[in-house]
Design a protein around this ligand. Structure first.
Ligand code: NAD
Length: 252
């Protein structure tokens, strides 16, 4: 499969979970990929595993804290130096917080907003000049069903992921004339380390599964397939869109 042949992608939070699944799928589809994460050992392991499977150095790992502009510059420079350009950015890095409004401390609020919201803006701001030089590009921002609907907990997370939805639309409008498409994905329950850490055990997961019309959580590869579509030229007329990948959760 060559749906991303000739393209260069940068994926934040690529050490594990959905970001790692996207890196594996993108590499399978012919892309060159830079994955960045704060988990330095794991992001390198993930890159090494993909390169071994493909039999070529198609993935590079970099240290990337999405809240730091200097790290973003190094990540984008790595795309340019190692692979000659940048066509696709997946703003995937994120952190969870399940506390309600009064229970959230100012430090927790700042941490969630910095990673989930400011990190997405900084990533787009740093990547867009490189995409402009390629004559276009595709940005996929990973929001959440919690960026579409409310719940009684996760106040800071809702605030950050709701912001990602409209940041996406604003960027889509601003950069459409430059052929840079910007879309958001809104995953439901996806079985990744984030969920294993935040909602441990089948018993704790069951209420979320019960609210999902398809009656299950998804594997990260099921999100990666949708990110691939938006990244690829198959989505050539799709910008400013929001795609729920949630088994019907937000439709119910
Ligand atoms: P995960 O925790 O398994 O992976 C997230 C990755 O982001 C980790 O490797 C982590 O080290 C990295 N990260 C955290 N802070 C970072 C920072 N400051 N800079 C760079 N990297 C950082 O989680 P996941 O489920 O794969 O989540 C991926 C995205 O999907 C997140 O934005 C998350 O909010 C979103 N999401 C997840 C679910 C779910 O059910 N798993 C649902 C909706 C949305």
């Amino acid at each position: 499969m060559d749906r991303l042949k000739g393209k260069v992608a940068l994926i934040s939070g690529g050490a594990r979970g959905q970001g790692a699944a996207e890196a594996r799928r993108f590499a399978d589809e012919g892309a060159k990929v830079v994955i960045g994460d704060v988990r330095d050992d794991l992001v390198k392991e993930t890159a090494d595993a993909i390169n071994t499977k493909i039999g070529a150095k198609v993935v590079r790992a970099v240290h990337l804290d999405v809240t730091r502009v200097a790290d973003w510059r190094i990540a984008v420079d790595t795309c340019l130096r190692e692979f000659g350009g940048l066509d696709i950015l997946v703003n995937n890095a994120g952190i969870a917080n399940m506390k309600g409004l009064e229970e959230t401390s100012e430090e927790e609020w700042d941490a969630v907003i910095n990673v989930n919201q400011k990190g997405v803006w900084l990533g787009m701001k740093t990547a867009i000049p490189a995409m402009r030089r390629r004559g276009g590009g595709s940005i996929i921002n990973i929001s959440s069903i919690f960026g579409l609907i409310g719940s009684a907990g996760s106040t800071a997370y809702h605030g950050s992921k709701g912001a990602v939805r409209l940041l996406t639309k604003a960027a889509a409008v601003q950069y459409a004339p430059e052929k840079i498409r910007v879309n958001s994905i809104h995953p439901g329950l996806i079985m990744t380390p984030m969920v294993e850490e935040a909602i441990p055990g089948q018993e704790a997961l069951q209420p979320v599964i019960d609210l999902t019309p398809m009656g299950r959580g998804a594997q990260p590869e099921e999100v990666a397939a949708c990110v691939l579509f938006l990244a690829s030229d198959d989505a050539s007329f799709v910008t400013g869109a929001e795609l729920a990948v949630d088994g019907g959760y937000s439709a119910a």
